[in-house]
Design a binder for this molecule. Sequence first.
Ligand code: ZN
Length: 193
Amino acid sequence: MTKNEVKTFMLRVKSYYQSFIIDEFKTNEWFNALKDYDNSEVNKRFEEHLQSETYGQYIPQISYLTKFLKKVGEKKVTPADIFINCSICGKRLSLQEQEDHYDRCHDIDYINWLSEKYRGKPINKDKYWELEDTAFYRAFLGTLAWAMEQESNVMKQEMYNNIYQDVKLCLQGKGHEIREDRAIEPTIINSIE
Ligand SMILES: [Zn+2]
């Protein structure tokens, strides 16, 4: 709190408790005791005090006002406190969740795009979220193989094939065993509903 915030705060206290005395010495004392705390949090504690049936009749002590409050410098933001919304599905994610979420979310979105393009209907995304990693990537590769079969444009077939190879390489990098057989259950998309 700044000196002015403390002064204003003391005037607030006085407005509720007539016997509360404000002088320069006391103002300096209160400032020293409150300067490391957040103005709005101290005021909020004061409001709680006012509403207390038991203690509301007494002038609040600084020790009460600052009890359980963290000093401004003590407030550490931990990764668990940081949330952002996924840019694909809009889900609220903690920093820890983001890493796992994005890859899968992006891939599911792509499978859904293929499904709408070649089947004319979306996939059940929840089902894809429930799959274990290995099962999920098998489904992703199967869907890409299926999309290659559906597509007559050679350029697009090539594009799906490139993604297919990228996913496969990425999986091998992560230690997943991938069958060489290219058309891993090409109709897999219909089995996950
Ligand atoms: Zn998402």
